[in-house]
Design a protein around this ligand. Sequence first.
Ligand code: 5CA
Ligand code: ZN
Length: 408
Amino acid sequence: MRTWSAPDVPSLSVRGPQVRLHDTATGEKQATQPEGPARLYVCGITPYDATHMGHAATYLAFDLLNRAWRNAGHEVVYVQNVTDVDDPLLERADKVNIDWQALAERETQLFREDMEALRVLPPQHYIGAVESIPLVIDLIQRLQEQGQIYTVETDLYFRVRSDKRFGSVSGLDTATMTALFGARGGDPDRPGKEDPLDCVVWRGERPGEPSWPSPFGPGRPGWHIECAGIAQQHLGLAFDVQGGGSDLVFPHHEMSAGEVQVAWPGETFAKLYAHAGMVAYDGEKMSKSLGNLVFVSALRLSDVDPMGIRLALLQHHYRDDWEWTDQGLWDAVDRADRWRLGLARAGGAPAAPVVEGVLAALADDLDAPRAVELVDAWVEATLAGDLAEESAPGAVRRLLDAALGLAL
Ligand code: 5CA
Ligand code: ZN
């Protein structure tokens, strides 16, 4: 698929420190140690509605990781998928009576425009589920060779417990897994399954649904195998970070990892699993199914400064669950204006401490709120009349752009 266009990223004269990131699997902060380019996979959208603040917060979190790695001197290979065929998309298309492909294309294009406005660095490989069907078929065949696929009617299931490490991403017990599986697209109660947690990898054709030919009969891919196949194909095994929102820890990331680890026995899917907290609105998780949404595109259409939107998200730590409020947005818009005042001065407070401090904060589990505090302090010192360093506003402007993605 076509990706979106990249913003310019100024290069900095100082190198950032090694990046440490919280790993969901171990519950600890870990140093990332890319061998060669840093390899990142982030689960993309299911394009049946516009980008809301929850999506934007998640993609921004991994944009900070991408930038922190680059500032630490790494090349980054970033892959993201688009779930351009799946139940929620087909249901929505049906409900609003439009062609599912037209809906997916329209919403994916809107997402690209939102990401561009927010200055999110694009993935090098932006891959749709539909275009990945051949590689998904290969992966299913590998799992068949391992003897870990069985059939229920015309659907193919993967034995999730054939991965000896099953459960190691989420660390959940079976009861919790079963409840989450049911709530997040799984079918724990389906008769004929060997284990309630086994997941579908190929869904046989249903009347009125799109399908593609395969050695297993016409049908379409299951959800987890889509990301498993795309990540493995474009990043290889043991890539550095698998990312997404915390609603994907189980079953999605657990099961994608299992599928690859069984297809390549003894290998590891990802070295680290990183998850962004959930953004709520009106007291509940912002979600397309609940309809309590604030859209990036709607704010853009209301002439809200995209850098204000970006800063509103950066004011929160990516791992926290938090609630979107209009007040938070307007605070961020005011803050961006105040920062612009500081940057417009003919000189400023010394830049080196803020540059080093911001790079260190971001390398320490993407601590954007700490970075914002440090910039606030520099702006206040500068506005209070500390104009000692002529080059400081330029240096801070480049820092904000390179590290935080804020072009002010
Ligand atoms: N297509 C799948 C992933 S393969 C999917 O989950 N799509 S999505 O459109 O529902 O979500 C896209 C991304 O936004 C995922 O990483 C998801 O975890 C994240 N996300 C969804 N809702 C929220 C929210 N309220 N807060 C933070 N992140 C969210
Ligand atoms: Zn995914």
